[in-house]
Design a protein around this ligand. Structure first.
Ligand SMILES: [Mg+2]
Length: 232
């Protein structure tokens, strides 16, 4: 059995407009100048407190109160703004992969479980994922705990597990857990930064994922067979 763990923001859904505008409103509510958009995109994927602390820099001691404000503002905005859109191909590829007998799907995200339920549930894809690991139950990426917990829940080997994500945090998390790391080029970290963080490849389209995985897995099966015969 294989396990594919997807990051959420920047990988499955394009949530940048809602997140950036909520960060701007949060900083304004606390009398602070908003950080530039590239800085905000750089922290999407971390857990909220860590993300805000990085944006605050020397004022990081205010991260907890600012994170509380962000949550309140985000929930209010989510109720009125359109649902964050899925990236092109995400629905089709997730649906087809979830129907395979040799594959399990999961989510590993810095969002809270409530946020995953809202956006992935809003797109009616929650039941495609057999394990969902969030900031509620684990330390922030790049700590490997979310991947390790997904592996423990499903019983799949780390070497048969891959993480699909848009940030260096995802790649580092995957490697630290002994899993494969697959970067996507449509998210929030510059694609060229992902290989140095451990990405085996950086995909440019969601539709490239299934054939790429099949090639990866065929190669690794062949390698195992050769090693197995040599040892026999
Ligand atoms: Mg992401």
């Amino acid at each position: 059995m294989k396990l594919i763990l997807f990051d959420c923001d920047g990988t499955l859904v394009d949530s940048q407009n809602l997140i950036v505008s909520t960060v701007e409103a949060t900083f304004a509510a606390h009398g602070l100048a908003a950080p530039p958009r590239p800085a905000v995109l750089g922290i999407i994927g971390l857990s909220l407190e860590m993300a805000i602390a990085r944006l605050l820099g020397a004022d990081a001691h205010r991260a907890d109160e600012m994170a509380a404000s962000y949550r309140t503002l985000f929930l209010a905005r989510r109720a009125t703004e359109p649902l964050e859109p899925l990236y092109p191909g995400a629905r089709d590829v997730v649906t087809r992969l979830s129907e395979r007998d040799d594959v399990l799907l999961g989510i590993v995200t810095g969002k809270a479980r409530r946020g995953v339920d809202a956006v992935i549930g809003g797109h009616e894809l929650l039941d495609r994922f057999v394990t969902i690991q969030t900031a509620d139950d684990a330390p922030s990426k790049p700590h490997p705990a979310m991947v390790q917990q997904a592996i423990a829940e499903t019983g799949v080997e780390p070497r048969d597990t891959v993480v699909v994500g848009d940030t260096t945090f995802d790649m580092e998390m995957a490697r630290a857990a002994g899993a494969g790391a697959i970067g996507v080029g449509w998210g929030y970290h510059p694609p060229h930064t992902l290989p140095d963080a451990g990405a085996e490849t950086v995909l440019s389209s969601f539709h490239d994922l299934p054939p790429w995985l099949d090639r990866r897995w065929n190669v690794s099966e062949a390698t195992r067979n050769i090693i197995g015969e040599g040892a026999a």
